[in-house]
Design a protein around this ligand. Structure first.
Ligand SMILES: [Zn+2]
Length: 428
């Protein structure tokens, strides 16, 4: 089965960051040819007036929380968590599945082909991911027994999940850790041991708020990054979300340990975490950085096009420097750099031999006009909206066509999530 994307502006994200007008041929889930292609495909999609881009990668999410979108706005993190935990306590497996499916549908429509998730009941999130066809990196969250609402041991639950899912093509299990405020040294080290034993990567929250850092420092005499380094937890298998409150020394530690960062600017701004993650310094120190939406409670969307723009503007505004975090670097964070954060060099660019995770973005709208080779990249970061995505392809499968999800019934997914939320609100 071959698929030809004909006549688009191809934003390759290859080493030279080439952009040209041409075609992309997909065969057996991989990119077979890029350029001027004379042969046809079993299916041909006309990409005139469109950009063909690598599918976007969202490296931090709690996707089932779509059900709590708009529930806890205008509150700082601690108050937001109080409010969401109260609802969360009533969530059933079915609710998690409905919320996750809604989020997968939303992400696919916005051109997101891969996402990283941190949650309990990742087996339900996995079910939703499989149903939608999106590529998912799912980290079952581990925390100290005294803080968890999970039945049984979170570490055991995570291990069981990892063993069950390992080896699947589109669902990759990870070991998750909530954060220093609910995890002891033993929990961190047991998680690291388990992840090494099972050969999976790890995902955690790290230095998100000033309070978290100060409390930890009071308790242990060290900042979270310093402490995690001292106990031997940091490694190149760790993807850490946020890292807002890190010093230059801590950035150097993250770099030397090979820790990857998921930067979540919209969530950080909305929760007023204070300050701005020092991403330009991380990049200077060669830390691999990517972009995450974070939970739909603290974003409230799952649209990386919107977040790319916010990300760039946030850093420009805070530095009084319009040249900081330019469009090309921002687009890298959601594509090639994100692939690096996941240790997946087969993702993130449109090149021969790579996995065919792609999106086609329609530029024939008032807000994206005019477009041409020289401005297409800046349009992608500053003008495009998720709703401009016409086609989303994962592993060669067309999962969004003409802006509509093909793998699941979109209307059913929306209706199910709506019903689940109303029932949850009435029951709590
Ligand atoms: Zn988070």
């Amino acid at each position: 089965m071959s698929l030809l994307l004909r006549g688009g502006l191809v934003v390759t994200q290859d080493a030279e960051r080439r952009i040209f007008k041409g075609d992309v041929l997909i065969e057996d889930g991989r990119i077979a040819a890029v350029g001027k292609i004379d042969e046809g495909g079993d299916e041909v999609i006309d990409c005139t007036g469109c950009a063909v881009i690598p599918g976007l990668i969202n490296t931090h999410n709690h996707v089932a929380n779509t059900l709590m979108r708009g529930l806890a706005d205008d509150l700082p993190l601690e108050k937001m968590l109080e409010k969401t935990f109260a609802i969360d306590a009533h969530m059933t497996r079915r609710d998690v599945q409905s919320g996750a499916l809604l989020g997968c549908v939303e992400m696919l429509k916005n051109g997101i082909t891969s996402f990283v998730d941190l949650f309990y009941w990742e087996d339900e999130v996995a079910r939703a991911a499989r149903e939608s066809g999106i590529r998912a990196f799912l980290a079952w969250v581990i925390l100290d027994q005294e803080y968890t609402t999970q039945k049984g041991s979170p570490l055991k639950n995570a291990e069981t999940f990892i063993r069950k899912v390992k080896g699947e093509d589109r669902v990759t299990p990870m070991a998750g850790v909530q954060g220093v405020y609910v995890c002891s040294e033993e929990t961190y080290l047991a998680t690291k041991d388990m992840s090494e034993r099972e050969g999976v990567a790890m995902h955690t929250h790290l230095s998100e708020t000033r309070e978290e850092v100060h409390n930890h420092q009071r308790k242990h005499g060290l900042r979270p990054v310093e402490w995690l380094d001292k106990i031997g937890f940091l490694s190149n298998k760790l993807l850490a979300a946020h890292c807002v409150w890190v010093t230059l020394n801590e950035i150097r530690t993250l770099s030397s340990r090979g820790v990857k960062v998921s930067h979540c600017p919209v969530s950080n701004m909305k929760l007023a975490s204070g300050g701005y993650a020092p991403v330009p310094e991380m990049l200077d120190e060669k830390v691999a950085v990517s972009l995450g939406t974070d939970s739909p409670v603290s974003n409230n969307g799952l649209d990386l096009f919107s977040d790319m723009k916010v990300c760039s503007l946030m850093h420009k505004a805070s530095r009084w420097d319009a040249s900081v975090m330019p469009a090309q670097k921002i687009f890298d964070l959601c594509t090639v750099d994100a692939a690096r954060c996941l240790g997946r060099d087969d993702l993130g660019s449109v090149e021969v031999g790579k996995t065919a995770d792609l999106a086609v973005v329609d530029f024939r709208e008032p807000h994206t006009t005019p477009f041409y080779l020289e401005n297409v990249l800046s349009q992608l970061v500053y003008s495009v909206r998720g709703s401009d995505v016409k086609v989303t392809i994962v592993g060669g499968d067309v999962l969004v066509r003409n802006g509509k999800v093909t793998s699941v019934n979109e209307n059913d997914a929306v209706a199910r999530a709506q019903t689940a939320t109303i029932e949850l609100l009435e029951g709590s």
